[in-house]
Design a protein around this ligand. Sequence first.
Ligand code: UDP
Length: 364
Amino acid sequence: MKKIVTILGARPQFIKASVVSQAIAKLDSLSEVMVHTGQHFDSNMSDVFFSELGMRKPSYFLNIHGGNHGSMTGRMLGEIECALLAEKPDAVLVYGDTNSTLAGALAAVKLHIPVAHVEAGLRSFNMRMPEEINRVLVDRISRWLFTPTALAAQNLRNEGVMDAQIVPVGDVMFDVALRHEEQVDAEDGPLKRLGLEPKSYVLATIHRAENTDHTERLGAIVDAFESVAAETPIVWPLHPRTRASLERIRKLEGLSKRIHLIEPVGYLDMVALEKHAALIATDSGGVQKEAFFFGVPCITLRDETEWVELVEAGWNCLAPPEDAPKLSSAIRLALGRKGQAVHPYGHGDAAQRIVARLASDLQT
Ligand code: UDP
């Protein structure tokens, strides 16, 4: 039996890993050991996903979070190396673009353990984003580059990556959404608790450093939300980093009651809120795609996006949060918009394809 060590640590990674881990568990030829770095550690940013999505508890919990990027990544690198030396895996599996992804891939490659990167090839072409730095470096040192879209594969080819390393599989988040969509119920979930009717509200999520760490951008977002909320209520599950930033710039006090600030929710509640929203306003990568999976228009509060196919198809539009009046009119304009029928994210079997390829390559 071949052993895979999976490194994860942040909310979207738990969600992506859930389907891949289940596919690994079905095979006799592969086993999996999970290392949780602790990057996200609150129960509503971590534990809830393990219980809701039917995942086993990780074998290692490194409890590393906080501090600057370099120090966080460095501490993870050392601890992950110890786990890999103890486990001696045949491959290391990493997801997405966080510091846990970079630390996991780097620790593995330095021990000559091949790395599999799920969600490879995404590019914003903005190297000021911590996520972009992580993606570019992890792709460079990975043996298997599992790409979610045709564009992601093309980005890698443009960087000179050999076709033999690029494995187009589709998007694991599409697998997860298909699997759980039916479990949510508008009658008995977060909408009921908030007293909201389906299609009557905007769902917002904000957590990117480029927004939370810039007072003017975050201020413009809050002011635009205040303006929109006069007509359309806003539901805003607050990421811990965003809550801290709003406290710092004193924007939490006196917010309109029509902006429902709530704690981060579990995946199933999030899907319910997404499915029944009139519009989603976000800077999250995963949430942009989920809006599309559920046929909800999306406005992305960033200067650029990695998921450009949704902008091209008319499901998403970019609105850099530089100016509150401009942003509030962009949000109003986006309400009710629909895009073209496109299928960029595969067939909902990305996890199975990833695991089949790993199992086959590791046997030879
Ligand atoms: N999500 C969630 N609860 C929330 C906010 C987001 O379960 O309160 C889920 C969301 O449905 C998506 C994922 O978290 O599957 C996206 O993660 P995040 O926005 O943190 O990161 P990104 O996708 O930008 O890397």
